[in-house]
Design a protein. Structure first.
Length: 67
């Protein structure tokens, strides 16, 4: 398992958090997604077949690119 925390500037409300959680949890291999509205930080825990590149691509696709 790998774990990483990233800053996602586009997070502005609970809706954003839910959208991110739903999109990332749909990826096979992602086991945990925690996002915080105040800090705008997202913590993701994953294993194969998920990859960090795939996670970043998914966040970017739904308009929440890490930055
Ligand atoms: Cu929002």
């Amino acid at each position: 398992m790998e774990q990483r925390t990233v800053h996602v500037p586009n997070i502005s409300c609970g809706h954003c958090v839910m959208r991110i959680q739903k999109a990332l949890e749909a990826l096979e291999g992602v086991v945990r997604v925690e996002a915080d509205v105040n800090s705008k930080e997202v913590t993701i825990e994953w294993g194969p077949p998920a990859t960090w590149e795939r996670i970043v691509a998914t966040l970017t696709e739904i308009d929440y690119p890490p930055g």
